[in-house]
Design a protein around this ligand. Structure first.
Ligand code: MG
Length: 369
């Protein structure tokens, strides 16, 4: 199964409600779709969203990196030599993790097709159903309470609360949500780098004194403030999860060895695809450190790959935060992984199991058509 061509398309899905974090507000899921074609007529699907404030990647940079640096390295290679293909992808340039991730996802999709196995089975096997939490965007308290109630009615029993705007308001937000629904559901807090280390310790003390119980707190301090992460981890009893601080396997080793985080959030757009995500899961399991699988605000192609990985590595990836596709008004991807509220169901089709994708806008001679 020889790689013959790589093409691009755009896929846009409007959100049910705007997605708001401490960093940004977004109205659409918009991915660059990467179609890796083979001489025998197969297509491997990969995708990546633009996340300039997290990974530094934009749609333009993703397309340029793949077209001019990755594609020349891997066209003509046979899918059965997957390790060599992955090495070439990672050797093509530094950084540009989302571009590498999109291509890797398509390569693993083709590898599953070549093996004639769904990807989760090719990676070692696992369950076909996963349960995800749901994101509650940061907003006024009334709106966050409404969104929390609606999520519970929709069957979610873990809420990931986005905060990190103003610490005193944030404390009030969490207290109010815990009071309203904290006995029914588990709460995860995602501060998205919004606080300092001392503010985080202060906030968690306040919440603790109010009887608020949290499953975990995610990335309270800026990504590069590892000393701050360590300070928080050592001064609070709530488990601390690294997200924006944890991109590469090496960073994860350092976070774990220095006691800077209790849990690692793995996202394919940070790890540059599946191969390094697998390494991180294996490293974490050596240290008995739990992992979450997360995603960006992205559609169901990239998130399907994350779901397959989570299934195969379920013994260490035991927290699922893959609500991206379910936040869209519809899913244009047919076959593949089904995202239905809290329930994620993997199909048994080969690779990612994708049959077809509606509403793809191909890129032809530099223009979306
Ligand atoms: Mg996060």
């Amino acid at each position: 199964m020889k790689i013959s061509q790589i093409r691009f398309a755009k896929l846009a899905v409007p959100l049910i409600t705007p997605f708001k974090t401490a960093m940004r507000t977004v109205n659409n899921i918009e991915d660059v779709v990467v179609l890796v074609e083979t001489a025998c007529g197969q297509i491997g699907y990969g995708a990546a969203p633009a996340t300039p404030v997290i990974t530094g990647d934009t749609h333009g940079s993703i397309i340029y990196a793949i077209e001019h640096l990755i594609k020349p390295q891997i066209v003509g290679m046979e899918i059965e030599n997957i390790n060599q293909i992955l090495q070439r992808i990672h050797g093509s340039m530094i950084n540009n993790n989302s571009a590498k991730a999109a291509v890797e996802i398509a390569i693993y999709d083709l590898w599953g097709k070549w093996l004639d196995k769904p990807l989760y089975q090719a990676l070692g096997g696992g369950a076909t159903q996963l349960k995800t939490d749901v994101t509650i965007s940061v907003d006024g308290i009334d709106k966050m309470l409404q969104d929390s109630q609606r999520a519970i009615q929709q069957g979610f029993d873990i809420l990931k609360i986005k905060i990190g705007k103003d610490i005193h308001m944030d404390i009030e937000r969490v207290k109010a949500i815990y009071q309203a629904v904290g006995k029914q559901v588990q709460l995860r807090l995602d501060v998205n780098q919004g606080w300092t280390a001392k503010q985080t310790v202060f906030a968690l003390e306040q919440l603790d004194q109010s009887g608020v119980q949290l499953e975990l707190i995610e990335q309270p301090v800026p990504a590069n403030d590892i000393a701050g992460m360590r300070y928080v981890t050592q001064h609070v009893s709530t488990p601390v999860m690294a997200d924006e601080s944890a991109f590469s396997p090496k960073q994860v080793i350092e976070l774990i060895q220095t006691g800077a985080a209790d849990i690692i959030n793995i996202k394919l757009m940070k790890t540059a695809g599946l191969s390094h995500a697998i390494k991180i899961a294996d490293i974490a399991s050596v240290y008995n450190v739990e992992c979450m699988i997360g995603c960006m605000l992205e559609g169901s192609i990239g998130v399907a790959a994350a779901a397959h990985l989570a299934s195969a590595k379920a013994s260490i990836i035991n927290k699922i935060d893959l609500d991206g596709p379910a936040l869209g008004q519809f899913d244009p991807v047919q076959g593949g992984v089904d995202f239905n509220g809290a329930t994620i169901t993997l199909s048994d089709g080969p690779g990612l199991g994708i049959d077809s994708i509606e509403q793809l806008q191909p890129l032809v001679n530099g223009v979306w058509v």
